[in-house]
Design a protein around this ligand. Structure first.
Ligand code: ZN
Length: 100
């Protein structure tokens, strides 16, 4: 677990990448467990992983902190305890779902 891209005063990610490009990257990552490094290399991006992760949030794509798969932001629920978002199956696995 790291906190890149979550620091205050981080540069606006979209200064480094166009909206069009970030949508392409988002499409490339969504539904996969590819790493940010993989995406940076595939798209020859000159930015750090934290900035890319932030830009992806703008495109509604976020990584699950547990299984490392990329999901639509709305599919993840943020966990204060873990400091990251989790997808539904992981929330169940981690026992984060409230009892029905
Ligand atoms: Zn997950």
């Amino acid at each position: 677990m790291n906190d890149i891209g979550r620091k205050d005063g981080a540069p606006a990610a979209l200064e480094y990448i166009s909206r069009e490009k970030i949508n392409e990257v988002a499409e490339y990552l969504q539904g996969t467990a590819k790493s940010l490094g993989d995406a940076l290399e595939t798209f020859s991006l000159e930015m750090d992983e934290g900035a890319l992760q932030q830009a992806l949030l703008e495109a509604d794509v976020e990584i699950c902190g547990q299984c490392d798969w990329w999901h639509e932001v709305c599919e993840l629920e943020y966990s204060e305890e873990h400091g990251c978002g989790h997808c539904q199956p992981c929330r169940e696995e981690l026992g984060l779902e409230s009892e029905e």
